[in-house]
Design a protein around this ligand. Structure first.
Ligand SMILES: [Zn+2]
Length: 352
């Protein structure tokens, strides 16, 4: 029985680096470039980008036939400039699915897509000051996009001032990742979904390569870039792939079995159950290697594994990932959960 050495210091370096790179869905080139460089530093050079912009790496095993795939997504929630109002505030349209109140008060960087100019600002409700709006603040409908705007930290008083800065409709609004890694292992950030999962994928590959272990099958590491809008991993895999693990966050909260200290194995989500054989296989591996895991059902959740199934992918699909509390809000996990995820992924790579 091989015990894998998951390099925690490596996770603690790459996770904040990846979290700090703005990558809302539709604006993922920088994060993909970072991953390509990180894979190269691990010695993984069989890497391609799909036409859609996903990154696909191949790590050779004993047999190149019937490779096994592992996918995680590098895109995050964010927003896009929908309108510049007459007072010089930015009205937003969502990238991905979240509640507006979950990003209320968040610092943002507005990225001008064509010039790469960047401006700072804050997401605020249209009635933000108790001294100005009084009791009218409480009655604001926080479910409506029109109740929020970006206040730019620039001397802008009209839409024309904003246009003069070079900001236009379609530019990207990236939320501050607000990364905090506590010495007791807790990790907070907005985008742990799914960058904690991606960090676990890299750490698993590193553990295998560092120990020069031979995997029975070639492993495809697939980094998707459109998961938050539902079709990330619908393409980009070799036709002879037989199994796919979707690495994505386990939902932690009231009524959930998942926690922030184990790897979550998803049995069923909004799209239905995952492949029974894959569930049994993952549980057997976790049991055999004493990896803490939790089986769970995520009631409001879809994944890239499902995206591939819906696109016609005929493979066995399983889902696992680190436990993330307050997902799509100010998220939190623990290093233990990322390590358990990397450990299970690494042992999966070594399994027939
Ligand atoms: Zn996710």
């Amino acid at each position: 029985m091989t015990k894998l050495q998951i390099d925690q210091a490596y996770i603690q370096r790459i996770l904040p680096e990846l979290l700090a790179i703005a990558s809302p869905t539709g604006y993922t080139e920088d994060a993909i470039a970072y991953l390509e460089q990180e894979l190269a530093s691990l010695g993984i050079t069989t890497v391609d980008q799909t036409r859609k912009g996903a990154l696909v790496a191949r790590i050779p095993g004993k047999s190149a036939a019937t490779p096994h795939g592992i996918t995680g997504h590098v895109d995050t929630l964010g927003a896009i400039v929908k309108e510049i109002d007459s007072d010089g505030r930015l009205v937003m349209s969502k990238l991905g699915s979240y509640a507006w109140n979950a990003v209320e008060g968040e610092g943002v960087t507005v990225i001008c897509v064509h010039s790469d100019k960047r401006y700072r600002g804050t997401i605020l409700p249209t009635r933000a000051s108790v001294h100005v709006h009084g009791s009218a603040m409480a009655s604001l409908d926080r479910t409506k996009a029109s109740s929020f705007h970006v206040r730019l930290d620039e001397k802008v008083f009209s839409e024309f001032d904003v246009i003069d800065l070079g900001i236009q409709v379609g530019d990207i609004v990236a939320f501050d990742p607000r990364i905090e890694i506590n010495t007791n292992g807790f990790i907070r950030s907005r985008h742990l979904d799914d960058k904690a999962g991606v960090a676990a994928m890299l750490a698993a590959a590193k553990a295998i390569l560092d120990a020069e272990l031979i995997m029975p099958h070639d492993i495809i590491l697939h980094f998707s870039n459109y998961e938050e809008v539902g079709h990330g991993a619908s393409a980009g895999f070799p036709a002879d792939m037989t199994e796919l693990i979707s690495v994505d966050m386990a939902a932690v909260g009231a009524g959930q079995n998942s926690d922030e200290f184990s790897v979550g194995i998803c049995v069923k989500d909004s799209g239905g159950p995952y492949h029974l054989g894959m569930r049994r296989k993952l549980v057997a591996i976790a049991e055999q290697h004493d990896i803490p895991y939790k089986l769970d059902i995520y009631p409001y959740y879809g994944s890239d594994g499902e995206a591939f199934w819906r696109a016609g992918g005929d493979v066995a699909v399983g889902l696992l990932g680190p436990g993330v509390d307050a997902s799509h809000s100010y998220e939190r996990t623990h290093l233990d959960s990322v390590v358990a995820t990397a450990d299970l992924l690494g042992q999966y790579m070594l399994t027939e």
